[in-house]
Design a protein around this ligand. Structure first.
Ligand code: ZN
Length: 147
């Protein structure tokens, strides 16, 4: 049992605390950092799970990346891919929908692709979600190279 972030060995208590609150193996310092982020930016827990899932397969994502207009849940800046986690997928209003579209347009203008992932997908298909994002990321890398 080591911290996902700093590889520090975790005590039984640290491990249990982190697993109970976040479902991730983090030392108390890094658990605190994530909890602060969740509180400040209202980062969905699923974004945190996906962030560590992506790191595990060798991708370098950034949590709460500032794109000049808003904070993006996860960004993979190397391939200009933004990932937003939708937490209330069934309850989307027309106002939210047009805002999402405008944000996507803004991202495209900056050369970024935005994908929206329903939070339930991360809950039930984390591995598959990570694998698909890895595939998208690799395709973006290949496509950018050919330009
Ligand atoms: Zn740590």
């Amino acid at each position: 049992m080591t911290c996902l972030e700093c590889k520090k060995a975790l005590s039984y208590i640290d491990h249990r605390n982190a697993m109970d609150t976040l479902g991730l193996e983090l030392c108390s310092r890094h658990k605190g950092r994530i909890e602060k982020l969740i509180k400040l930016k209202r980062t969905p827990k699923e974004a945190i799970l996906l962030y560590y899932g992506l790191k595990e397969v060798g991708i370098h994502p950034t949590l709460e990346w500032w794109d000049g207009k808003k904070s993006v849940d996860i960004s993979i800046s190397r391939v200009k891919l933004n990932i937003e986690i939708d937490t209330a997928y069934n309850l989307i209003t027309h106002d939210q929908a047009i805002q999402n579209l405008e944000e996507a347009m803004h991202s495209f203008r900056n050369g970024f692709t935005t994908i929206r992932i329903p939070h339930i997908l991360i809950k039930h298909y984390l591995k598959e979600t990570v694998a698909n994002i890895k595939g998208i990321s690799e395709s973006l890398k290949t496509n950018t190279k050919t330009i």
